[in-house]
Design a protein around this ligand. Structure first.
Ligand code: UDX
Length: 468
């Protein structure tokens, strides 16, 4: 796969760290920069601060030869041909993305540019950010021919980020000059040519040497909008199916059938039509708000996005009311809460619907016995363990003597629970499932009262008292 490109990745959060590990995996030399000294030390010593499939393996494979960690942005910039900015763009009070970290990094990079560099936005940023970065560099005296600003948005889902990177649906490259486009193309060439998939230790996934990911080359502005529009659209799809689920509940239909039927239309597609307790995480809530703000600033009505947010907020409260209705009241009740992260497969609790629902239950006096395979430590930073809130080591422990089980995210482990064991642990066999992990009939046959989202309530099948 040739010599590889010298890359600096600024920011070693979810996006930066995964991108750095994957760039090294496809043959580049990567310096990962973060201003958090503790994090850099941990990464140097072999630690991995986030829970992400394949990430420890890739970092172990390439640490010390193709990927290094440093706090020194100046040195990293000097040695790099391409600098990927992957720092946070958190939501500000107005809903817009807070660009101060990007601004600060751009100014610092400006002070260290001695030869041509491509500066690439990797974080999700509002349209026009590339122009701002350009302005910051120019204001700091960097000559125009020494840099280009490009956009290469990521479409990584947490938990499967490495596979999403190496087996991407598409690679979007936003660039204004042939020189910048050529460097970006060279960076992704091991993937787009299919060469990576022929290597001995390639991470397995949907792509192969015969079916490599396509590249879409656009302007930087279009690339910036593609990212926001994609996430906003996916969030809209989820809110849409959630309202349809509520209609199904009222009508006595099953939303899983409805979603299947809708998804078979290739124009709609089957993905992101899982009804539940609403979307969360570090991207969708923030990106919907930021995109709405972008439209607002352009005097463009995008009320649809406000609706998407409203529906999402209501979906969580609606589920909470469903749990309450199943129990009559929360006071004095013990609830086993399965799932704390915003979805299964991650330890991330940012904007987690699960945590919000746990908080509502606590507020109404419930005792919560919570279990999540990875997110308990993070969750306890928001909701500390105490008399009302306990963190347990497995689902059956959490269920012990509980008045009901509430399922709040979709870890595979939950879908594979031994139902007999679960039932035996519970005080009352009630399961309220916010992620539709079980078949209602099977739950009824196991003796559960089973409430889920957008499907009829299933009641335990009892032996007939009088035989005919
Ligand atoms: C998302 C995007 O998928 C990714 O492309 C982008 O780069 C970052 O944001 P992520 O936040 O990791 O990734 O999670 P994702 O798997 O997309 O799920 C987001 C939320 O939507 C979760 O809370 C999930 O439970 C929920 N969801 C997803 C549903 O409620 N229904 C669905 O059908 C799909």
């Amino acid at each position: 796969m040739g010599e590889g490109v010298s890359i600096a990745v600024v920011g070693s959060g979810y996006v930066g760290l995964v991108a750095a590990a994957c760039f090294a995996e496809i043959g580049h030399r990567v310096v990962c920069v973060d201003n958090d000294e503790g994090k850099v030390r941990m990464l140097r010593e072999g630690g991995v601060p986030i829970h992400e499939d394949y990430l420890p393996e890739l970092l172990n494979r390439h640490r010390a030869n193709r990927v290094e960690f440093t706090t020194d942005l100046k040195a990293a910039t000097e040695g790099a041909q391409a600098i990927f900015i992957a720092v946070g763009t958190p939501q500000s009070e107005t809903g817009s993305a807070d660009m101060s970290y990007v601004d600060a990094v751009a100014s610092e990079i400006a002070r260290s540019i001695g030869d041509y560099k491509v500066i690439v936005e990797k974080s999700t940023v509002p349209v026009y950010t590339n122009e701002w970065i350009r302005k910051v560099l120019e204001r700091n005296g960097v000559p125009q021919d020494l840099f280009d600003v490009a956009s290469n948005p990521e479409f990584l889902r947490e938990g499967t980020a490495v596979v999403d990177f190496l087996h991407a649906d598409r690679i979007v490259l936003g660039a204004e000059t042939e020189r910048a486009a050529a460097l970006l193309r060279a960076i992704y060439e091991p993937l787009t040519s299919g060469a990576y998939y022929r290597t001995a230790h390639a991470v397995p996934g949907a792509r192969s040497a015969d079916d490599p990911p396509p590249v879409l080359l656009t302007t930087t502005k279009a690339a910036e909008i593609i990212k926001h529009a994609s996430n906003a659209f996916l969030a809209a799809k989820i809110s849409f199916i959630n309202v349809v689920a509520n209609i199904c509940e009222a009508a006595g239909a099953d939303v899983e059938d409805v979603a299947r039927g809708m998804g078979m239309d290739t124009r709609i597609g089957p993905k992101f039509l899982r009804a539940g307790i609403g979307y969360g995480g570090s991207c969708f809530p923030k990106d919907v708000a930021a995109f709405r703000h972008v439209a607002e600033q352009m005097n463009i009505e995008f009320g649809l996005l406000e609706e998407v947010e409203k529906i999402n907020a209501e979906q969580k409260r609606r589920f909470f009311r469903k749990v309450r209705a199943a129990l009559w009241t929360f006071r004095g009740k013990k609830i086993a809460a399965l799932g704390l992260a915003f979805k299964g497969g991650t330890d991330d609790v940012r904007e987690s619907p699960a945590l919000e629902i746990v908080e509502l239950m606590l507020r109404e006096g419930a005792m919560v016995r919570a279990y999540d395979p990875a997110a308990a430590a993070r969750a306890s930073e928001t909701i500390p363990a105490g008399e009302q809130m306990q963190y347990l080591d497995d689902a059956y422990e959490a269920a012990r003597d509980a008045d009901a089980v509430v399922i709040l995210n979709d870890w595979q482990e939950f879908a594979e629970l031994d139902l007999k064991r679960l039932r035996a642990a519970l005080r009352y066999p009630i399961v309220v499932d916010g992620r539709n992990l079980f078949d209602p009939e099977a739950m009824a046959a196991q003796g559960f009262t089973y409430l889920s989202v957008g499907r009829p309530v299933a009641h335990p099948v009892r032996e007939a008292i009088h035989s005919r």
